[in-house]
Design a protein around this ligand. Structure first.
Ligand SMILES: CC(C)(COP(=O)(O)OP(=O)(O)OC[C@H]1O[C@@H](n2cnc3c(N)ncnc32)[C@H](O)[C@@H]1OP(=O)(O)O)[C@@H](O)C(=O)NCCC(=O)NCCS
Length: 153
């Protein structure tokens, strides 16, 4: 698996991937072109490539020197349930290992909650209408274990 930094040239492929989740209540779908440009410019957005095929995207933004926020993760339906989201999150967390805290938000009914729990994220808050769609989100946070980080040096 490779995480490839997305540029504005990748907007068509990103749009196609995001479109696959259009009807999901548990996903915050919908970018205008300008919002997508801003996402690519202001955050770190990766295309997830597996065996030469773009299968999804994953992104984060730095909120503070010690705090990063995973802002997106999606795997296109035909590639789901093969461990690809788990693998991509593992790679991203490795990249973010110097951050003391990594957070994300997820709809409580999204099966991604289980994935995040298994990677050490715990519920740290709740927002009733984070994206203005009337749907709740759980904030999940993973505190970096200092010992774990020291051991890996
Ligand atoms: C959530 C999503 C990224 C998971 O991608 P994936 O590549 O299929 O996930 P994985 O195969 O790596 O599975 C990881 C874990 O997620 C959970 N999971 C994933 N799909 C599941 C499903 N259909 N039903 C139940 N649990 C599921 C399981 O706990 C799984 O672990 P396991 O295989 O050890 O049981 C994918 O379903 C998706 O893109 N959904 C639409 C967008 C979205 O909701 N993104 C998350 C936003 S927070």
């Amino acid at each position: 698996m490779k995480l490839i930094r997305a540029t504005e040239d990748d907007m068509p492929v990103l749009t196609a991937i995001e479109e696959t989740a259009r009807d999901l209540i548990v996903y915050n779908w919908g970018f205008t072109d300008e919002e997508m440009r801003q996402w690519i410019r202001d955050e770190t957005v990766y295309l997830i490539e597996e065996d030469g095929v773009i299968v999804g995207d994953i992104s984060y933004r730095v909120k503070d020197t010690d705090y990063a926020y995973v802002s997106g993760l999606i795997i296109a339906p035909e590639f789901q349930r093969r461990g690809l989201a788990r693998k991509a999150m593992g790679m991203l967390l490795e990249e973010l290992r110097e951050f003391d805290r990594v957070s994300l938000d997820v709809h409580p009914d999204n099966h991604a909650v289980k994935l995040y729990e298994s990677l050490g994220f715990v519920a740290s808050g709740r927002e009733d209408n984070l994206y203005g769609d009337g749907q709740p989100r759980i904030i999940m946070t993973r505190e970096c274990d200092t010992k774990e980080r020291d051991d890996s040096i």
